[in-house]
Design a protein around this ligand. Structure first.
Ligand code: ZN
Length: 269
């Protein structure tokens, strides 16, 4: 188990380093420089600060972690895949697909239900999108998501190795599609047939309601295509999309660490 955590962290930091390096070498967009926009430092302390606190909260909420919990469920023989014996490769395929679809619907739910939006808006209030945005979620959203995933693991009987693989992929894709980069045109055109690309995901971070209510997927694009939330193009070109939410224009609210932690309990217009 300790090895597994080390490998996961290793993969995570490798992808993070690659994305940060790529963003620095070839940034797709610049951080806004309006009077109220945050400085690079404030924003990064806020984003990485909340990642740290959210990680700690998840550890406290479920000390076993999702992998430990999946092992426990297997021991108890709980869930569908523990009752119906399928070949290993089929169990892993179904597990990854079902978990990914669940995350897609969970994301839609966090946009639809006002109480959940209060948590998810912390992610969307970022005026810029880069790899750090992909990790910036309020601790309460992380804990809520943890319990939703735990319920799915328990009812479906998802094996621990599938949970590990899913978590590695989900984190990796979140870093990839939030990165402040732009794939070469031809590569992007092919990639978007399968995956959520950076250009597509920036549409989801648009200030326009109808645009942010599209492209919910974190990895594959199929769920948005299948469930009618796919958007191929925003009203404005990629470089000019107004990113963020208008409710919190000031850096002290949308970037400062304390501002981020208290945002769900504040309403502004
Ligand atoms: Zn969202």
């Amino acid at each position: 188990m300790a090895d597994d955590a080390l490998i996961r962290l290793g993969i995570f930091f490798t992808i993070l380093a690659v994305m940060i390096g790529w963003e620095h070498a070839f940034p797709a967009r610049q951080l806004p420089t309006t009077k109220t926009a945050p400085t690079k430092t404030t924003r990064l302390i806020g984003n990485f600060g909340i990642v740290f606190i959210s990680g700690l909260s998840a550890r406290l909420a479920l000390p076993l972690g999702l992998t430990g919990f999946a092992l426990y469920c297997t021991e108890q023989q709980w869930g569908l895949f523990n009752l119906v014996q399928l070949p290993g490769w089929l169990t892993i395929t179904f597990s990854l697909l079902l978990l990914d679809m669940l995350i897609y619907w969970q994301h839609r739910l966090f946009h639809k239900v006002p109480l959940l939006w209060q948590l998810h808006k912390v992610h969307h209030a970022d005026l810029h999108v880069d790899a750090s945005t992909g990790l910036r979620f309020h601790p309460l959203e992380i804990v809520a998501s943890l319990f939703i995933k735990a319920i799915a693991i328990m009812t479906l009987g998802i094996p621990a190795y599938a949970v590990i693989l899913f978590e590695v992929l989900l984190n990796g894709f979140a870093l990839f599609n939030h990165a402040n980069i732009r794939l070469p045109k031809k590569v992007e055109k092919i990639t978007r047939l399968i995956l959520m690309t950076q250009i597509l995901h920036r549409i989801h971070h648009s200030q326009l309601f109808k645009e942010s209510n599209s492209n919910y997927g974190f990895s594959v694009i199929w769920w948005d295509r299948l469930f009618g939330s796919y958007s191929a193009q925003a009203t404005k070109p990629d470089l000019e999309i107004d990113i963020g939410i208008t409710e919190f224009p000031d850096a002290k609210d949308n970037a400062n660490l304390w501002g981020l932690l208290t945002m769900p309990f504040k309403h502004k217009k």
